[in-house]
Design a protein around this ligand. Structure first.
Ligand SMILES: NC(=O)c1ccc[n+]([C@@H]2O[C@H](COP(=O)([O-])OP(=O)(O)OC[C@H]3O[C@@H](n4cnc5c(N)ncnc54)[C@H](O)[C@@H]3O)[C@@H](O)[C@H]2O)c1
Ligand SMILES: [Zn+2]
Length: 362
């Protein structure tokens, strides 16, 4: 097992990454969470697969469990679900000194964290992320929230958990596409911060794809460590944390113009990283053709797309990015690679060049 610490002063917390950790969650939770009552928030998919093993361990460790099931799916990451969870907490007499445990993917984590941040002005919570995306991204950094009909993650807070337990064994049941999608973020960490990790991924991609535990543990723990370091430098996202958006400017536009139904998040981000790499190279930022080929090669080995499908309109993508930028009251801030392991922020990217690359003519 590996332990990554997220260093945030009084709000610091550990992320445990290992194999077969579910039965020990109860014991670990005793170390990090107060009280003896725990509201476990999960969904039918995750509970059907791993509910028994988690709950048995919790009860064996002395926890009185209040189980709260929410429906599966991003469309349920909303205020209605949060309201039902408040009702459950009240009727189950959850108290300020008790705690919440999120058990599931990023949707469960985001809603459960939001409820933890707001119920009785905030109660302690922990996370047991069960998708690769949740293990390497959503469970690190304390962003919690729900969607609003007008936009994703429009309502939320920064509210750190007391502990995270990432058991890589549960990834065995993850659909292949979800695994690949999560790996896009793993590749992202290598590009933005750690060339040696990128090279390690190139060498170990097959063991990772075939879910060999040691390789998965290294991939997840290193990803968490990189995100933790970036978050520690900028918890409230005022500047430095922006580098985590590498690949996401175009990625979000792709997801949005296709109504979040065509691409898995990581697929859109993979295309976004490929576009950013081409932009960086054409702008002469130092990123070499060889590095671009290595990035595209790794993404393709994972089974991720690396170019904008020809039926999508580049103009529509650019329009989305500009509208999105206005909503945030600023300019489009591009995160572009200078070399593998280092990115820079750039605002003034020529529109013609962007359109050329989006239409795969570059
Ligand atoms: N808070 C953050 O910093 C942050 C960062 C990135 C993403 N997010 C959020 O995370 C969400 C996406 O997370 P996600 O990709 O985990 O989606 P998800 O939570 O919807 O999970 C994807 C699917 O996998 C199922 N599942 C979960 N664990 C499984 C397992 N072990 N085996 C088989 N199936 C399993 C889920 O029930 C669901 O159907 C989005 O809402 C996004 O906004 C948050
Ligand atoms: Zn992402």
């Amino acid at each position: 097992m590996r332990t990554v610490r997220v260093e945030l002063g009084a709000r610091s917390y550990p992320i445990y990454v290992g194999e077969g950790l579910l039965p020990q969650v109860g014991e670990r939770a005793r170390q990090h969470l107060p009280g003896r009552r725990l509201m476990v928030i999960s969904n039918p998919t995750v509970l059907g697969l791993y509910g028994t093993i988690l709950l048995e361990g919790l009860r064996a460790a002395g926890w009185e469990v209040l189980l709260a099931e929410i429906p599966d799916g991003e469309e349920h990451k909303n205020l209605t679900t949060a309201a039902q969870l408040y009702d459950r907490a009240v009727s189950g007499r959850l108290e300020r000194g008790d705690a919440i445990l999120a058990f599931g993917g990023g949707v469960v984590g985001d809603v459960a964290g939001f409820v933890a941040a707001t119920f009785m002005r905030g109660i302690a919570w922990g996370q047991v992320p069960t998708t690769l995306l949740a293990q390497v991204d959503a469970s690190v950094g304390g962003k919690v929230g729900i969607n609003h009909p007008q936009g994703k993650n429009l309502v939320g807070a920064f509210y750190q958990p007391r502990m995270v337990i990432a058991d890589v064994s549960v990834l065995a049941s993850l659909p292949g596409r979800e695994l690949a999608s999560g790996l896009a973020e793993v590749v992202k960490y290598g590009v933005i911060r750690d060339a040696a990790f990128f090279a390690w991924l190139e060498e170990w991609v097959e063991p990772v794809l075939s879910l060999e535990s040691e390789a998965l543990i290294h991939a997840v723990a290193t990803s968490c460590a990189i995100k933790a370091e970036v978050v520690a430098a900028d918890e409230q996202e005022t500047g430095k944390r922006a580098i985590l958006n590498f690949g996401h400017t175009v990625g979000h536009a792709l997801e949005s113009i296709t109504n979040y139904s065509r691409f898995a998040h990581g697929e859109a981000v993979a295309i976004g990283m490929a576009v950013a790499a081409r932009l960086a190279r054409r702008l002469g930022l130092g990123f070499s053709q060889e590095e671009e080929e290595r990035l595209l090669g790794l993404l393709q080995t994972i089974g991720l797309p690396t170019s904008v499908p020809p039926d999508l309109d580049p103009e529509a993508l650019v329009q989305f990015m500009q509208r999105d930028k206005k909503v945030r009251g600023g300019r489009i801030v591009w995160v572009l690679p200078r070399r593998l392991g280092e990115v820079l922020l750039k605002e003034d990217v020529p529109l013609e060049l962007l359109l050329e690359i989006l239409s795969n003519q570059a």
